[in-house]
Design a protein around this ligand. Structure first.
Ligand code: FAD
Ligand code: NAI
Length: 466
C-alpha cells in the first residue's frame, strides 16, 4: 500500500497549490482527482475560460466600436465563434499542462479517481469500478464547489445553462436572460452582449453585486446599462417553460405579486455556488459540516477528524481561486509545523468586465454598520491624464481610511485595469499603511495608478488634479 505524508483530494487552485507547497517543504505528496484533467473549476470551467472569452469578446467589441475613432480603419469585424471557442480551449489546455508539469517537477503522484476518506490516515481512490487504498499522515480536502440550482428550473446546459454551458454556447443567443446579478452574471452577460445578445439580468435584491461597496455598484450598473444591459432588480424567476421557439420565463417581484413573462433564447442560472462534498464519505468518517453544508474547520484548517484538513470553496469564506491558493499554502505550512496564515481582511475581489471593478477591505456600508469613523478620498478617471488620452474615463477610485489613524480600511475601484491596480492597496493594507503613506509614494506618470495616489491625497482633501 502506498504511503504518503500528505494526500490532497481535488486539484483546483486550492489543492494543487497545497500539494506543491507541501512538496517544497519535503513531504511525500499525492493528489487525487476525479476528473481526467487537473486544475478544477478554475482552470476548466471557471476563471480561465471566462477570462479567455472576456478578452476575445472585448477585442471584438473594440475592433467594431473603438478602432475608428483612433484612426484605425478596419472593416466591420466578423465573429468566428468556433475559432473563439478554440482560443478559449487553447488557454485552458496550456494551463492544465502547466499544472501537470508542476506535479512532475515536484514529484507529486497524481491518482486519478474519486477520493473517499475511510478514517484518519486512509483514503480510498476509485475509478472505472476499481479501487485502491492509500495511507497518509495527513489529508487535505480541496473538493471545491458546484453550481447552485433553482428549484423547478432544470439546467440542460443547452438552452437553460449554468456558467459551464454559458462558456460553450455554439451560437450567440438573440436574447439572453441572466438570473442573478453577481460576478458570473455580469462577466458572462458581458461576453454575450459584446457578441450580439440582448441581455436582461433578473436580480432578487434591489442592487447588483451584493457585498461590493454600494456606490460602486450603483455607478457600475449605470455603466452597464449604457452598454446595453437591462436590469430587473427586486425580482425573481419562478419558472421557465420551453416551447420549440423560445423560453418563457415567469418573473415576479421578490416580495411576491403579479407575474410577467419574458421571452428568451437562453437562460443563464448563476445564483451562487454550493460546497461540493459528494462521494467523500464525510459523514461515515466523522468529518463535520456546518449548517450551510461547508466542511467545518478551526482557525488552522483542521476538521473534526484528526489529521484531516479542508481549504478553498468547500469551506467558509469568499469562493475565490486566490483565497483557495493562499489557504493551500497556509495549511501545507501548518502541517509542516510552520506558522501558515491567511489574512482574510486583505483578499481582493475583481469583476473582469469593461471597465473592471475591484475591491479590497471594508465597504462604506460595513464601516457604518460597525460604527467606525472614516474619511473618504475619491478620484475620477475623467481627471486622470492617461485615461483622458486613451478616452477610457469611466469610473473612479475610492479610498476609505480610519478617521483617527488614517489607516486604509478599504479600497474600491471601477475602471480599466482596476483588477491590476488594486494590488498596491493590498500591499499597503497588509503592512497596515495609511492614506498618507500611499499619497507620498511616487507613482509613474502617465499611469491610471496615479488615480489611486490622487484618491489617497483626496482623503486629506489635497488631490492635485481635481
Ligand atoms: P475547485 O477548483 O472547484 O476544484 C476542486 C476539484 O476537486 C475539482 O477538480 C473536482 O473534480 C475535484 N473533486 C471533487 N470531489 C472529489 C473527490 N471526491 N475525489 C477527487 N476529486 C474530487 N475565482 C477567482 O478568484 N477569479 C475568477 O476570475 C473566477 N472566475 C470564475 C468563473 C466562473 C464561471 C466560476 C464558476 C468560478 C470562478 N471563480 C473565480 C471561482 C473559482 O473557480 C473557485 O473559487 C476555485 O476554483 C476554488 O478552488 P478549489 O480548489 O477550492 O476548488
Ligand atoms: P454570486 O454570489 O456572485 O451572485 C449571485 C447573485 O444571484 C446574487 O446577486 C444573488 O442576490 C442573486 N440571486 C440569488 N438567488 C436568486 C434568485 N432566486 N433570483 C434572482 N437572483 C438571485 O454568485 P455567482 O455569480 O453565481 O458566482 C459564484 C461564485 O463564483 C461567486 O461566489 C464568485 O466569488 C465566484 N466567481 C468569481 C469571479 C471573479 O472573481 N471574477 C467570477 C465568477 C465567479
Amino acid at each position: 500500500m502506498a504511503t504518503y505524508d500528505l494526500v490532497v483530494i481535488g486539484t483546483g487552485p486550492g489543492g494543487y497549490v497545497c500539494a506543491v507547497r507541501a512538496a517544497q517543504l519535503g513531504m511525500k505528496v499525492a493528489v487525487i482527482e476525479k476528473n481526467t484533467f487537473l486544475g478544477g473549476t478554475c482552470l476548466n470551467v471557471g476563471c480561465m475560460p471566462s477570462k479567455a472569452l472576456l478578452h476575445a469578446s472585448e477585442m471584438f467589441e473594440e475592433a467594431g466600436h473603438s478602432f475608428a475613432k483612433m484612426g484605425v480603419s478596419v472593416s466591420a469585424p466578423k465573429l468566428d465563434l468556433p475559432a473563439m471557442m478554440n482560443f478559449k480551449q487553447q488557454g485552458i489546455d496550456g494551463n492544465v499542462k502547466g499544472v501537470e508539469f508542476l506535479m512532475k517537477k515536484n514529484k507529486i503522484d497524481v491518482l486519478q479517481g474519486t477520493g473517499k476518506i475511510l478514517g484518519t490516515g486512509k483514503v480510498e481512490v476509485s475509478a472505472d469500478g476499481k479501487s485502491q487504498t492509500v495511507e497518509t499522515k495527513n489529508i487535505v480536502i480541496a473538493t471545491g464547489s458546484d453550481i447552485a440550482r433553482l428549484k423547478g428550473i432544470e439546467i440542460d446546459e443547452k438552452r437553460i445553462v449554468s456558467s459551464t454551458g454559458a462558456l460553450s454556447l455554439d451560437k450567440v443567443p438573440g436574447r439572453l436572460l441572466v438570473i442573478g446579478a453577481g460576478v458570473i452574471g455580469l462577466e458572462l452577460g458581458s461576453v454575450w452582449r459584446r457578441l450580439g445578445s440582448e441581455v436582461m439580468v433578473v436580480e432578487f435584491l434591489d442592487r447588483i453585486l451584493p457585498g461590493m461597496d454600494g456606490e460602486v455598484a450603483r455607478q457600475f450598473q449605470r455603466i452597464l446599462e449604457k452598454q446595453g444591459f437591462a436590469f430587473k432588480l427586486g425580482s425573481k424567476v419562478t419558472g421557465v417553460e420551453a416551447n420549440s421557439k423560445a423560453l418563457l420565463a415567469k418573473i415576479e417581484p421578490a416580495a411576491g405579486g403579479t407575474a410577467e413573462t419574458i421571452e428568451a433564447d437562453v437562460v443563464l442560472v448563476c445564483i451562487g455556488r454550493t460546497p461540493y462534498t459528494d462521494g467523500l464519505g464525510l459523514k461515515e468518517a466523522g468529518v463535520a459540516l456546518d449548517a450551510r453544508g461547508r466542511v467545518q474547520i478551526d482557525p488552522h484548517f483542521a476538521t473534526s477528524l484528526k489529521g484531516v484538513y479542508a481549504i478553498g470553496d468547500v469551506v467558509a469564506g469568499p469562493m475565490l481561486a486566490h483565497k483557495a491558493e493562499d489557504e493551500g499554502v497556509a495549511v501545507a505550512e501548518i502541517i509542516a509545523g510552520q506558522a501558515g496564515h491567511v489574512n482574510y481582511d486583505v483578499i481582493p475581489g475583481v469583476v473582469y468586465t469593461t471597465p473592471e471593478v475591484s475591491s479590497v477591505g471594508k465597504t462604506e456600508e460595513e464601516l457604518k454598520q460597525a460604527g467606525v469613523a472614516y474619511n473618504v478620498g475619491k478620484f475620477p478617471f475623467t481627471a486622470n491624464g492617461r485615461s483622458k488620452v486613451n478616452q477610457t474615463t469611466d469610473g473612479f477610485v475610492k479610498i476609505l481610511a480610519d478617521a483617527k489613524t488614517d489607516r486604509v480600511l478599504g479600497v474600491h475601484i471601477i475602471g480599466r485595469e482596476a483588477g491590476e491596480m488594486i494590488h498596491e492597496a493590498c500591499v499597503l493594507m497588509e503592512f497596515g499603511g495609511s492614506a498618507e503613506d500611499l499619497a507620498r509614494t511616487c507613482h509613474a506618470h502617465p499611469t491610471r495608478s496615479e488615480a489611486v495616489k490622487e484618491a489617497a491625497l483626496a482623503v486629506g482633501k489635497r488631490a492635485i488634479h481635481m
